[in-house]
Design a protein around this ligand. Structure first.
Ligand code: PRX
Length: 649
């Protein structure tokens, strides 16, 4: 018989949600200390809740559970061993259809212990940074947990990022060790991971001097060898087998709750990505709590989040939340369309998946392939369907609910961000009523408010800037190496509140409908890309004198990328030039940052003080050519005609 999840879920009906929301508002320390003690195996349980507030964050980062001590990898592994040693911790579904592997808690624990010993042999000490640049393999999870075990700070860089983007993150984090793979596999195609690491280090003497070891896990080739697309650098490169060669037990030392756990880079409104820093005790409490409550986790569930560990969703809801809860979590290396649009549904049938978590972009792409694909598979194991990363349109929501979920599954549209560490606004599966397309209500401990851009608090049904008023344990503490940027990005425009950068509508029932970014960040297929990053990349190209990038509604990707470029004398937008521009952007950022439209213009519309008027560019990209608003502050109104003409063309 199925044994109950321990400790039991708490948000089992609406009155529990309401009571907890009020309790967490009135006594946040009491609420979160109870959650932290119930869910986490501390070496020293905390007695202190939150220190600091959104006014004092400028002087010092917030702290949670500061007198508690724990080891995050112990929480995810060791403490489960008495009951779960033989239970599957990870199901690895490889890119190649039909290939998969189960890893038990005992096996995962042994591998993490061995890798932790290996990191220590490489001289990795608590507080050191380790870059993880891998595909979706069990070794990536082992690498993350091994860092956590020895108190090192991992920074997972999504495998789609280019060598240049990787090098920036290596330098910014100051990492001395990189863990990578010979090659990744995605959709039947190779992902040149080791080659990109070599290029990143070869292109920068500073990075090459900083990185003393590159650990290479063999996904396609032989351990410790060069392959067709990558070299082997003696003295620097370490085969994965050498890292994990010592499989003696490894004692998980306890660290203070505010010990940095990971840095995750994300796009902001400047050209330089920021490394959000998450710490240990608060983060793991929040990840474990939200994972079990929002999805309605049950003992014995097979839980599949088909995101990538390179994004925050993979951190909180493939690795840390599920493993902290002792769940069976699936690791999906492939894509929704490989080898055909039945891939997800076959995955559900094969592994009897109970909870599936994906992004609206994938849902829209699969919906476009028709109902016959899900109809071919047995999806009756599904109970909860989650979405994340971008607003979901009601049509896609209904398809997910009706066709995939057969009308019986809860659909949870979960709003959160890299910065928030875990889900903040979302329905509780099978508890909260769910109007299609709404993220609905805040979780206990989350206090959303809407403000006008000028900072006026909006009451009742309204639309405005989404801010959170009250600290919660899972939130990022700072931007790595730049606390001033953390403060100015999130706490300056609306002082005393955390500003999410999102717009949101609240209806008369109190449901939240997140409408998208209100800053210069795009959300393309659920991935954040900064317009400033794209512009900086474009102007690396000799053909481009100046560039401005805006988003526009895209039927599949949510937002598409539209670039306005002022070309250098003699340059044109021939097919060859366009391919060259795409290659420049791919080289600077990665393949996910593709330009959907490129328009050549003689100049950019600017104010007299030289600021690009993006509002006009956005309108033209959206096709709203008639209603461009007030043009009186433009330095050269004539430019607008040329922009409109380019938009028409
Ligand atoms: O604009 C919001 C959108 O994704 C942004 C966060 O992106 P990132 O940090 O990459 O994290 C993505 C995974 C958590 C938010 O500022 N977003 C995320 N979830 C939703 C969403 N927009 C609408 N509805 C959502 N459920």
């Amino acid at each position: 018989m199925e044994s109950p999840l321990t400790p039991a879920r708490t948000l089992t009906d609406l009155s529990a949600w309401r009571a907890q929301w009020l309790a967490a508002r009135d006594d946040p320390d009491g609420y979160w200390l109870e959650r932290a003690r119930a869910l986490i195996s501390w070496r020293t349980p905390p007695t202190r809740g939150c220190e600091g507030d959104f006014w004092s964050v400028e002087e010092a980062p917030l702290r949670w559970f500061a007198d508690g001590r724990l080891n995050v990898s112990y929480q995810c592994l060791d403490r489960h061993l008495p009951a779960r040693a033989a239970q599957t911790a990870l199901i690895w579904e490889a890119d190649e259809p039909g290939r998969h592997r189960h890893v038990t808690y005992a096996e995962l624990h042994a591998q993490v212990c061995a890798a932790a010993r290996g990191l220590e042999r490489l001289g990795v000490e608590p507080g050191d940074r380790v870059i993880i640049y891998m595909g979706m393999t069990p070794e990536a999870v082992v690498a993350m947990l091994a860092c956590a075990r020895v108190g090192a700070v991992h920074s997972v860089v999504f495998g789609g990022f280019s060598a240049d983007a990787l090098r920036d993150r290596v330098l910014d984090s100051g990492a001395a060790v990189i863990i990578t793979q010979d090659e990744g596999r995605r959709g039947g195609r190779p992902v040149p991971l080791k080659a990109a690491v070599d290029a990143a280090l070869a292109g920068s003497p500073a990075a090459a001097a900083q990185v003393r070891a590159v650990v290479v896990s063999a996904r396609v080739g032989d351990e410790g060898r060069a392959g067709p697309a990558w070299a082997w650098v003696e003295g620097r490169d370490v085969p994965w087998a050498a890292l994990v060669r010592d499989d003696a037990p490894h004692e998980a030392r306890a660290f203070e709750a505010e010990r940095p756990l990971f840095i995750l880079y994300t796009s902001g409104s400047t050209g330089k990505p920021k490394g959000l820093l998450h710490t240990s005790g608060g983060y793991i409490t929040y990840a474990a709590h939200t994972h079990r409550e929002v999805f309605g986790l049950r003992e014995g569930d097979v839980y599949a989040c088909v995101a990538d560990v390179g994004w925050v969703t993979g951190h909180s809801y493939i690795v840390y939340g599920p493993l902290a809860n002792g769940a069976t979590t699936l690791l999906f290396e492939s894509t929704p369309l490989y080898p055909d649009p039945g891939r997800y549904w076959r995955l559900v049938e094969t592994h009897r998946v109970n909870i599936l978590y994906t992004a609206p972009t994938a849902i829209r792409a699969l919906m476009a392939e028709g109902d016959s694909w899900p109809a071919r598979y047995d999806l009756r194991s599904l109970r909860t369907l989650g979405t994340v990363g971008e607003p979901i349109n009601p049509e896609a929501w209904r398809w997910y609910h009706d066709v995939v979920g057969g009308g019986r599954c809860a659909v949870v549209d979960t709003w959160w961000q890299t910065e928030t560490g875990g889900v903040c606004i979302a329905p509780i599966a099978h508890v909260t009523p769910t109007p299609p397309g709404a993220a609905t209500r805040p979780l206990p401990g989350i206090a959303p408010v809407l403000l006008s851009p000028e900072g006026r608090l909006l009451h009742g049904p309204a639309e405005g800037h989404l801010c959170l008023e009250q600290p919660w344990p899972g939130q990022a503490r700072t931007v790595w190496g730049d606390h001033a940027r953390f403060v100015s990005t999130y706490f300056r425009q609306h002082p005393g509140r955390y500003f999410t950068g999102d717009g949101c509508r609240r209806d008369a029932r109190g449901d939240h409908w997140v409408t998208g970014r209100v800053d210069d960040v795009l959300n393309v297929a659920g991935h954040r890309v900064g317009t400033a990053e794209l512009e900086a990349a474009l102007t690396l190209d000799r053909r481009v004198v100046e560039a401005a990038v805006v988003g526009y509604p895209h039927p599949l990707k949510g937002q598409g990328v539209c670039a306005y470029v002022v070309l250098a004398a003699g340059a044109d937008l021939s097919a060859e030039s366009l391919a060259g521009l795409q290659a420049t952007v791919r080289g600077a950022i990665g393949a996910h940052a593709k330009l959907d439209r490129v328009l050549a213009v003689p100049g950019l519309p600017k104010t007299r003080s030289g600021k690009v008027m993006r509002r006009i560019l956005r309108k033209v990209a959206e096709g709203a050519l008639e209603d461009l608003g007030d043009l009186s502050t433009l330095a050269d109104p004539g430019v607008v005609e040329a922009v409109v003409a380019a938009g028409r063309g």
